[in-house]
Write a protein that binds this ligand. Sequence first.
Ligand code: PXP
Length: 248
Amino acid sequence: MILLGLNIDHCATVRQARYRSVAPGAEPAVEPDPVALALQAERAGADGITIHLREDRRHIIDADVDRVRREIGTRMNLEMACTDEMAAIAKRLNPDSVCLVPENRAEITTEGGLDVVGQRDRVASIIDSMGEVGVTVSLFIDPDEPQIALAAELGAPWVELHTGSWANAYYVAEQRAVEFNRLVRGANQAHAAGLIVNAGHGINYTNVTEIRTLPHLHECNIGHSIISRALFVGIDDAVGEMKTLLNA
Ligand code: PXP
């Protein structure tokens, strides 16, 4: 069975669009509550909850992170940049897993995978410090041979293959095949090296029918498409439909 990790960042994006300057708990009207959404999504079948605490706190804020840790019943996956600030937060929180991502202040969403090769020492030190507190580390990387090889060498137990280039090419047949083959090669390489293979970014209700055929796929982390669908059908059906499609 392919697991579904629901990324709730965009629920927080809607809240912050109106209530950025309101202190957590100061006003009862603040909505929508991403933690309430997470709890409902869990009841509808989400296997884990993912949040990305960004340096600029543009969607998820510190209070959300603490509440997710306390309140959810599945697994908490904290996406974070490779900074000392984030490593300290993760050590304090003890999420089930952290996913190390690149972070660039100007980007709208995470663009491109983490350059493990270029940041070898920093990534290695965060993997080691998370290991000390028993937090599983996933590296969000492009499906490129040297990145995957180094992820395995550094002892990260999981990788999340960045599916953004494939998703962007989805309606350009030739390019899509090139990108999908890259993902297949990457998944096979990662699996052969003993890594758990996850995937994420740009997965939606259409392209999921192809990504679910990726070999060795353990979990997909999906945010934007499910939150968008939930506006029309509610989070229960949005999660249920994606779980069904993932495992059809
Ligand atoms: N995985 C990672 C590492 C991400 O950074 C994101 C985007 O926040 C996602 C998955 C989810 O991507 P999307 O919102 O396109 O489903």
